[in-house]
Structure formats: C-alpha cells, structure tokens
Design a protein around this ligand. Structure first.
Ligand code: MRU
Length: 369
C-alpha cells in the first residue's frame, strides 16, 4: 500500500545490500523509519521488540531469518539452532512456526551447497504468497460488505469495526481485516471504520494511519466504546484478524477481541475473522485451553507512548509508582461467537467442518502427519 504516494511492502529484499529492509513499526504512526536487518540477533530483536509485528509479517520475517542462517552455515545443526532461536521470539502467532517449519523442512531435503539460494527464494515465495492470500481475502470480504451496502439508503456508509492492526503493515501487503476495507473503498462502496485504540500498545493508531493514507473515513475510539456503539445500531459488521485459529475455528487474536465478539453476539452484529490459511493451527482444537498466550512487559500497560508537544516521541507513566501492570497480549474467541471466517478460498463457518471443507488438502495433511 502507499505511504506518501510511494508503494511499499512492509518488508522487502534489497539486492544491492543483499539484506532485508523492514519498516520499524515502533515509531509509527509518528515517524516512518526503515531498518536493515543484518544478523540473526537483529531478526530476533525485530520480532521480540515488535519492530515487525502481526502474525503474517512475523512469519515472512522469520523466513528471511532462515535464509540468513542458511547463508551463514547451511548445516542441519545450524538450521535447527536458528529455528529454535527464532521460534522462541513470540509464542502466540502460529505463522512464525509455520514459516520456520516450511523453510527447515524444505532445506533439509537439499544438498548443503544449494540451501542458501533456495532459502532466499523460499522467503520471497512466502512473502509473495502472503500478498496474494490477503488480496483474495479482500475480494471475499468485499462481497459481504457489498451485501450490507445494498441494504443502505442514499449512499450511507457501511459501518465496520476493527480491533488492533490487521492491516498491510501486519502482513506483507493488503492486511487481512483491512483488505476487504481497501477493496470496498476502491470499488466505490462508502464505508466508515470504527478503530479500537487497542491498549496497551495502541495498534489502532497504526490502523488509523493506514486507513487515513488510503482516504478511508474512520474514527479512533477507546477500547470500551464498541459495546455502546453496537447497542445503538452504529456497527454493521466487525472484522478482525487472527494470530492463530484452531482446526475447529476458535480464534486467538489481540487482547480484547473476545469482548468485542461477546458484544457483537449480544447485539446481533455479524462478527467476521479474516483468516489466511497459514494462521490455522491444525494441531490444536480447543483454543482457550491449548494456545499459549504471550505475557508482555508490564511497562506497556503502566506507560503510554505518543507524540509530545515538542514533536518528539516519548512515553509517560499513567499509573502511580509501584502499581503492578498485567499484560496478557492475546485472548481466544470461541468458534460459536464467530459469524464466519473470511479466507483466501472463500468464507466458511467457524467449525471443523467449515475449515476442512475449504482446506481438505491441509486438514488431511495434518491428519496423516
Ligand atoms: O501483538 P501484535 O501487534 O503482533 O498483534 C497483532 C494482532 O493481534 C493482529 O490482529 C493479528 O496478528 C492479525 S495481523 C493480520
């Protein structure tokens, strides 16, 4: 998508430097900084510190990490070491392990002298596939928005609500939850997006930055406003992303998603999840019990970052000194609260049958593993 009129992906390979470039998201939306990632330590830090974030982008980044590992030393032992090292960086988004597994498995079938070149090709392939998957999610989600738009009168906008940032910077391009929004806007369907701030890290500000850059009308709201808006008939549809969805369709996503799903159900508002297939964990059934939830630093809760009056990016403390902060970063929405899963192959029910119906190849692969 575009930043100040220039098209960017959220990461790209620089042939001249023979290195990966990323957008350092810690400074957005106030400052657009690009960073080169040169060492395995850089890769791990970029993921842990959330310079790159969002499940699909973490996966693509990890694939380039494996490419670097194969270039340094293509032996099985070193690939295993790099796998373990990168796998530890963030526990919840399954795309990380999915990408690491895909790279390691493929590379181990090759002679060592072919591994570095193939690993880089594979990382490019994973990135390009992500873009195409998200584009298709956008087209499938567009049809749902189009149906709602048909019920509106006099160019009234379809009112969407989203949580966190499942936007183009959380993927390689398009985003997952935002892709239907970009497609709808580009198709001339009037939309308005309620953007949850998404404490503690306020990824809603990233979503607002993206939507604003694309000219999509939106309003940034507190996390607690969604229920009230739904109760007053001001939300037509919720679309969120996911970090891991189980084979029966339980959806793990940024903390607070579950509360939005409860409010949506109580108010008869359709609650959709944009789900790229690499985010399905076919090994897990009950998401509440089985998905590890990342606990992040309490400082993210006790402090808040923003632009100061002096135009610098700074942090202020919001709690009294010594007050402990609790920071579970994700929660799980059980499948029965999900209206539908918008995938690259179409929209399905959030159930084992729904997912296996769209992805029989992947579901059966796991069964036979
Ligand atoms: O902690 P983050 O910012 O990496 O969490 C991101 C989310 O929860 C997104 O909704 C999810 O990864 C889907 S991104 C397309």
């Amino acid at each position: 998508m575009k930043v100040n009129g220039t098209h960017y992906r959220s990461l790209w390979w620089d042939e001249d430097q023979s290195a990966l470039q990323i957008i350092d998201q810690r400074w957005l939306p106030h400052d657009f900084r690009i960073q080169q990632v040169d060492t395995l330590r850089d890769f791990a830090d970029a993921i842990v510190e959330m310079r790159v974030r969002g499940a699909p982008l973490i996966g693509a980044t990890a694939a380039y990490g494996m490419a670097l590992a194969a270039r340094i030393d293509p032996s099985d032992a070193h690939l295993d070491e790099a796998f373990e090292y990168l796998d530890k960086t963030r526990p919840t988004a399954i795309n990380l392990r999915w990408a690491l597994n895909r790279c390691r498995t493929r590379l181990k079938t090759l002679p060592e002298d072919e591994r570095a070149a193939t690993a880089l090709k594979l990382a490019h392939e994973i990135s390009d596939e992500d873009v195409e998957i998200n584009r298709r999610i956008g087209l499938n989600g567009l049809e749902i928005i189009r149906k709602i738009a048909a019920t509106k009168q006099d160019g009234e906008p379809v009112r969407l609500l989203t949580h966190c940032n499942a936007g183009w910077i959380a993927t390689v391009d398009w985003g997952t939850a935002t892709s239907p929004m970009y497609h709808a806007h580009d198709a001339g369907i009037p939309i308005h997006v309620w953007v949850d701030e998404t404490r503690p890290r306020n990824q809603g500000a990233l979503t607002s930055w993206e939507l604003g850059s694309h000219g999509i009308p939106h309003t940034y709201i507190t996390d607690n406003a969604g229920g009230h808006l739904m109760q007053h008939g001001l939300v037509d549809m919720v679309i969120v992303g996911t970090d891991r969805t189980t084979r029966r369709g339980d959806v793990c996503n940024k903390i607070g998603t579950y509360l939005k799903a409860l409010a949506a159900r109580a108010n008869d508002v359709p609650f959709y999840v944009a789900l790229p297939s690499p985010t399905i964990d076919w090994t897990v059934d009950n998401g509440v019990v089985e998905i590890p939830i990342e606990e992040r630093n309490e400082r993210e809760v006790t402090h808040i970052q923003g632009l100061t009056a002096e135009d610098t990016i700074g942090q202020v403390q919001v709690t009294p000194p010594g007050t402990p902060g609790g920071n579970p970063a994700f929660d799980v929405t059980p499948n029965h609260l999900v209206t539908g899963l918008i995938t690259e192959r179409g929209v399905c029910e959030a159930s084992a049958e729904g997912l296996a119906g769209l992805f029989p190849d992947l579901a059966n692969l796991e069964k036979s593993a």
